[in-house]
Design a protein around this ligand. Structure first.
Ligand code: GDP
Ligand code: IMO
Ligand code: MG
Length: 427
């Protein structure tokens, strides 16, 4: 540590929640720095199985301060629901803090998200989570967003909401949807203020103090680079920056404060939602990856699209993020495959690209694979690098080579302790 960013190195769902939960056992602070409750971060530990959407995955360690950072968008109703779930499992949420600068996902945002998605033609559908993420970030950029801190100033909140709601209601009317009433939304805001007001603070002083005192801080990303708004498969992407570049603005610390950048990476590829996904397998191997890996969306339950590991995409992710290390997950899923493939290039006509081109061209690439021998034995009980099957170690070495970063953790199961920490230097 002390400041370690944990970011998705692929299309999301790499196992970020699982890795943050493990590392948070020794962390002083965890900051979620972008996205909203479109996230589904699964954590399996002694308290049970949780699908966290907006609550940081460090919540299970009572001495870890958990911060929903300024770069996030927060649906207060969903947050309150999630807090109840966590507290019902006997976990204290007393150490959860909300940045006053985080934007509010207002009740009209998910409705507009759903309507916009429906209006897109089949091939143009992004497959959003319909959590209102895009419309909320759009309002933020258009400077008509409402923020959590605004809730603490009822007059200011009302003055800002009234003209915004007029515009949003015009959009709802265009789609033939009922308008929302200002009074009803103000009542809702009062409920949010009463339930969450004590947690809404300026999170900068506590973040600055933690960094200055060399406390152990984790920056928890949402989604992955391939759905980043600038570097992902635009427009089939989310509306924020899951890459580490987003962590500075989204958490409130300078780039020089970040010591480690851990890319969380699954040993194969999955994506949920629309857009080009070159390694997608529509054959028996794809189905087996989905069934053995239990690849169904943590937020929407949708089956995830599955394919072999994409070495071109990881090279790209590594450059954009500057990974200092990798947390490799789901190695155990490959225990059942006699042969494993890795995509090392994208063929377009006569050429083979070793980089990820922009979306219009990416739609037409064909993956070029190399084949690796499987190990056909269980890795779930393994806790030391040296005890991994030789073929598994060779495969992991190849992943590390393609990512140009050392492996720091290998996850071999969903539960907290099903993990192999790798000694330095990387073997
Ligand atoms: P996140 O969004 O990046 O936090 O990842 P998700 O929670 O959406 O998806 C990861 C899924 O894989 C969850 O169901 C985890 O419980 C599960 N998982 C994480 N690590 C492992 C692992 O090493 N092996 C297996 N079999 N499952 C894992
Ligand atoms: P975690 O944090 C996987 C995908 C959606 C859609 C696109 C835009 O669990 O990895 P949005 O609702 O953000 O406007 O949807 O991004 N998507 C995710 N895919 N994991 C997620 O989160 C995702 N969050 C959004 O499927 O294609
Ligand atoms: Mg997820």
């Amino acid at each position: 540590m002390p400041v370690t960013a944990i970011v998705g190195a692929q299309w999301g769902d790499e196992g970020k929640g699982r890795i943050v939960d493990y590392l948070a056992q020794r962390a002083d602070m965890v900051i979620r720095f972008q996205g909203g409750d479109n996230a589904g971060h699964t954590v399996v530990n002694e308290h049970g199985t949780f699908k966290l959407h907006i609550v940081p995955s460090g919540i299970f360690n009572p001495s870890t301060r958990c911060v929903v950072g300024p770069g996030t968008v927060v649906n207060p109703d969903n947050l309150l629901r999630e807090l109840s779930e966590v507290e019902d499992a006997g976990v204290s949420a007393d150490n959860l803090w909300l940045s006053e600068r985080a934007h509010i996902v207002m009740p009209y945002h998910p409705v507009i998200d759903g309507l916009q998605e429906q209006a897109r033609s089949e091939g143009a559908r992004i497959g959003t989570t319909k959590r209102g993420i895009g419309p909320t970030y759009a309002d933020k950029a258009a400077r008509r967003g409402l923020r959590l801190g605004d809730l603490l100033h009822p007059d200011w909140f009302k003055d800002r909401l009234a003209p915004v709601l007029e515009k949003r209601n015009r959009v709802l009317a265009e789609y033939g949807e009922p308008e929302m009433s200002l009074d009803a939304l103000l009542d809702k805001a009062e409920g949010w203020r009463n339930a969450l007001g004590h947690r809404i603070i300026d999170t900068l002083p506590m973040t600055r103090q933690a960094v200055r005192e060399d406390q152990r801080v984790l920056l928890e990303g949402q989604l992955g680079v391939m759905r980043d708004i600038d570097w992902g498969i635009y427009p089939f992407c989310t509306s924020s920056n899951p890459i580490v570049g987003g962590a500075c603005a989204g958490a409130g610390l300078p780039p020089t404060a970040i010591n480690n950048i851990i890319g969380v990476v699954k040993v194969y590829s999955t994506a949920v939602g629309g857009g080009p996904f070159p390694v997608e397998l529509e054959d028996a191997d794809g189905l087996r990856l989905r069934e053995i890996g239990n690849e169904y969306g943590a937020t929407t339950g949708r089956p995830r699209r599955c394919g072999w590991f994409d070495g071109v995409a990881i090279r790209y992710a590594s450059w954009i993020n500057g990974f200092t290390g990798l947390a490799v997950t789901k190695l155990d899923v490959l225990d059942h495959f006699e042969e494993i493939k890795i995509c090392t290039g994208y063929r377009v006509g006569e050429k083979v690209l070793d980089y990820v081109p922009d979306t219009p061209l990416l739609r037409h690439v064909e993956p070029v694979y190399e084949t690796w021998e499987g190990w056909m034995q269980s890795t779930r009980g393994v806790r030391n690098w040296d005890d991994l099957p030789k073929a598994a170690r060779a495969y992991l070495h190849r992943l590390s080579e393609l990512a140009d970063a050392p492996i720091r953790y290998v996850s071999v199961g969903a539960e907290r302790e099903e993990l192999i920490p790798i000694p330095t230097p990387w073997p």
